[in-house]
Design a protein around this ligand. Structure first.
Ligand SMILES: NC(=O)c1ccc[n+]([C@@H]2O[C@H](COP(=O)([O-])OP(=O)(O)OC[C@H]3O[C@@H](n4cnc5c(N)ncnc54)[C@H](OP(=O)(O)O)[C@@H]3O)[C@@H](O)[C@H]2O)c1
Length: 297
């Protein structure tokens, strides 16, 4: 099969490409904005393509059997409307164009990295964009699998590893909110395994799966990181309202680390049921402590 991974240089995409290359049975094409970077040393074909641009996406999708769509705007979850880096533009409209282009070019299947909480008609922009994307893929008439992961971690993530940094370097670990926000952390390796299965299994179509590990609170996640690192430090909870005020001056920076709506994104409560995915893909996702030990020294 020829499998195109859009956003294949990203956190999840790269793991997917590595896994596809391990078995060596597929031809792998990766879309990127900068094709001069090649972390795979010529083992994949890199094609320059941009979210929402049917011409460049069309070049990448030519003669493809499957598209795995894993683009995310830079500095997520902080949107930058002045540069088109928003959920609506990249996830919503961008995925719509990708799905329609794929259909036109005869692509058979579209595997979409959606997100936990999609498909429920929630009003926040990130859910509306994911819902728009899923609807566009289904309406395009493609075979499709929607993967809706909770919090994904791994060696190259920019979110869990921030807490790893805090636990290593700070005398107290800052946590936004009361620490009881539910999350279902899942290793990027487990997500990549589900993606590859979704691309290859004949019966994997017209399905949506929530992906996650065990339900934990934010505080339990930080405590688990500390246990793996062998460093126990107190947690310092910051009220959400106060944090939103404190991050206001950051908006003057070119790449602010946080914004008020990014705080809403990271403190949102989304419950999922990872059991159907575990059953379908045939494995339970690894516990957080085990996943962290695989890459934390
Ligand atoms: N990370 C998580 O915890 C998580 C959880 C649930 C769902 N997801 C979903 O999984 C998908 C992938 O997320 P990720 O964390 O792997 O993303 P990521 O690493 O932030 O970015 C993926 C790639 O998107 C490409 N990209 C950015 N802007 C682009 C544009 N305008 N046009 C074309 N390509 C562009 C970049 O590739 P180049 O720089 O090479 O162009 C980048 O490597 C997203 O849909 C996200 O919503 C992620």
């Amino acid at each position: 099969m020829r499998i195109v991974v859009t956003g294949g240089t990203g956190f999840i995409g790269r793991e997917v490409v590595d896994r596809l290359l391990e078995s060596g049975s597929d031809e792998v094409v990766v879309t990127t904005r900068n094709p001069e970077q090649d972390p795979w040393g010529g083992r994949v074909r890199l094609v320059q393509a941009f979210a929402g641009d049917h011409v460049s996406l069309g070049k990448a999708f030519m003669a493809a059997d499957v598209v795995v769509h894993a683009i995310q705007f830079p500095n997520h979850p902080v949107e930058d409307p002045s540069r088109g880096r928003t959920y609506l533009e990249v996830d919503g409209k961008g995925t719509t164009v990708a799905a329609q282009t794929a259909k036109k070019l005869g692509v058979r299947r579209f595997v979409y990295l959606s997100g936990a909480g999609a498909g429920q008609g929630r009003p926040q922009p990130w859910f509306r964009a994911k819902d728009m994307a899923e609807a566009a893929i289904a309406n395009a008439g493609l075979e499709h699998v929607f993967l809706r992961p909770s919090w994904i971690y791994g060696p190259r993530d920019r979110s869990m590893n921030r807490f790893v940094f805090f636990c290593r370097r700070l005398p107290v670990v800052p946590v936004i909110g009361d620490g009881r926000t539910p999350v279902y952390p899942i290793s990027v390796k487990d997500v990549a395994r589900c993606v590859v299965e979704s691309a290859r299994r004949a019966d994997a179509t017209a399905r949506a799966f929530e992906l996650g590990g065990k339900r934990m609170t934010m505080d339990e996640v930080v405590r688990t990181i500390q246990a793996v690192l062998g460093r126990r430090r107190p947690l310092l909870h910051h009220p959400v309202g106060l944090m939103k005020l404190l991050v206001l001056p950051m908006q003057l920076l070119p790449q602010p680390m946080l914004s008020a709506s990014a705080i809403d994104f990271i403190t949102q409560e989304v419950e999922i049921d990872p059991r159907p995915a575990a059953e379908y893909f045939g494995f339970p996702s690894r516990p957080l402590a085990d996943g962290l030990r695989e890459y934390l020294p």
